[in-house]
Design a protein around this ligand. Structure first.
Ligand code: AMP
Length: 450
């Protein structure tokens, strides 16, 4: 998918291409068509997902496409041209950043934007507000100062964006926001972005939004560019040896290794420790103190390997890891995305390696179908799998898995008022290659590259 196929104008596509964007991020793929259609949107996404362009690009498109009709609105007061899109942000920094994006993406359009925030003089802002401002990016407090002074007119806003709405509520802006909402026309498009969905956000969203589409992005967003995903084909019994080999050969440090079971995590830690690779486990059977200790050591880089189960790893925040290893593939393909999203954030290079034995080819197929790409296979010399090996049922597999179920955490966080349409999440920007269950033409490696 490209920005053009999403329906954005040539001028916008030109500007973002110059900026170096070639493929829309997952949130952009979902948000842009919704916003272009004119509907309200509730999006669970945080910085780093490309959310800013997700709302900015379609707003620019809509405003430039409808510029003539809006300005010839017979009911519009004569005089100052209207503010047509209002973007509220919690902080000055974010306001400045968003407006910078608006300017960059809209550089070939005839639309004007400005920021309004406190801590700087009013006069230059008042002066700028006298000229045409199509898109206003503002923090709530200073915007209300302008409202009180009569220097801004919000009566013809067509599109409202609340960016980082959870932070705005945390910062106590709710009353200011409600006062601003009261100044806007009733008929308008509303877009609300929030990293989390507290009860407060849920009730606020349901009072503000009109039959919104819902988009939820994973906390950690994966892109093919920053996470190198690889499958190592190996026999079931030789995974531990291969892991030790890979860690040593490539000098991997800060490796987060996922196992399917708590027991498997403990066993792997024992074996790695025997191989003199410092490792600790976190899972549901460990005391909170032990988990905290293991995590602290891992974060401050005094522990080389942290072995975790999916559920234990969900609630923890370890960012920008260089290596994630799927020692065993997860039963739920969505957990694969949760797992590997812990590496390669914000442009940092990350590696996600999966050790896959004959029992797991079906799981691999399901993952590849979900992420819409075929992962490169590799066989390390000395670890060639037995091509005649028969798959065995996965122990402690699906039938033992009680909760939290598919995509557990993100779903339990979400607000989904009954009136909402749910938009299916698509977490990769990849094309749709057919999944292959067979390990076709894997690349042989000596295990010494990288
Ligand atoms: P945001 O989540 O909006 O703060 O964006 C995070 C970063 O991703 C920013 O530096 C953007 O410039 C960048 N970005 C946004 N969309 C894309 C894209 N489609 N391709 C590459 N980079 C992007």
């Amino acid at each position: 998918m490209t920005f053009s196929t999403l329906g954005l104008s040539d001028e916008i596509v030109r500007a973002i291409t110059e900026r170096g964007y070639t493929t829309p991020t997952p949130i952009q793929m979902q948000a842009i068509p919704i916003v272009l259609e004119g509907g309200d949107l509730l999006a669970g996404a945080q910085t780093g997902t490309g959310k800013t362009a997700g709302f900015t690009l379609p707003i620019l498109h809509l405003l430039s496409a409808n510029s003539v009709s809006a300005n010839t609105n017979r009911n519009a007061p004569i005089g100052r041209p209207p503010v047509r899109a209002l973007i509220l942000t919690p902080t000055r920094e974010l306001a400045a950043q968003v407006e910078e994006s608006v300017r960059a993406y809209g550089k070939y359009l005839k639309l004007n934007s400005m920021t309004i925030f406190g801590g700087v003089g009013m006069t230059p802002q008042v002066r700028q507000l006298r000229s045409r401002v199509d898109i206003l990016v503002a923090t709530p407090g200073r915007l209300l100062d302008h409202v009180q002074q009569g220097t801004v007119d919000l009566s013809r806003v067509e599109i409202l964006v609340l960016d980082e709405a959870d932070r705005m509520l945390d910062m106590g802006f709710i009353r200011d926001i409600r006062r601003i909402l009261a100044l806007l026309p009733k008929q308008r498009q509303n877009l609300l972005f929030s990293a989390t969905f507290s009860n407060e956000i849920k009730s606020f969203a349901s009072s503000l939004l009109n039959q919104p589409a819902l988009i939820e992005m994973e906390r950690r967003n994966i892109t093919a560019d920053t996470v190198a995903q690889k499958v190592y084909l190996v026999d079931r019994e030789r995974k531990r040896e291969l892991l030790t080999n890979l860690i040593r050969q490539h000098n991997w440090f800060q490796v987060l290794v996922f196992t399917r079971t708590k027991h498997g995590a403990d066993r792997l830690v024992k074996q790695l420790t025997e191989d003199r690779i410092p490792a600790m486990a976190i899972h549901g059977n460990k005391s909170q103190a032990a988990r905290t200790r293991a995590l602290a050591k891992f974060k401050d880089a005094s522990l080389q390997v942290l072995v975790a189960t999916d559920i234990a790893a969900r609630g923890i925040d370890i960012t920008d890891l260089p290596h994630v290893v799927n020692y065993e593939l997860p039963n739920s393909p969505e957990d694969y995305i949760h797992r590997i999203g812990r590496t390669g954030r914000a442009g940092a290079d990350g590696e996600a390696s999966s050790l896959v034995c004959v029992d797991e080819h079906q799981l691999l197929g399901a993952i590849e179908k979900l992420i819409k790409q075929q992962l490169p296979r590799e066989i390390v010399t000395g670890f060639e799998p037995d091509l005649h090996a028969k798959p065995e049922p996965i122990q402690n597999g699906r039938q033992n898995r009680q909760q939290p179920g598919r995509g557990g955490q993100s779903k339990s966080r979400s607000a989904q008022p009954s009136s909402q349409k749910t938009v299916k999440r698509n977490t990769t920007g990849a094309g749709s290659s057919k999944p292959s269950l067979r390990p076709s033409a894997p690349r042989l490696s000596s295990g010494q590259q990288h």
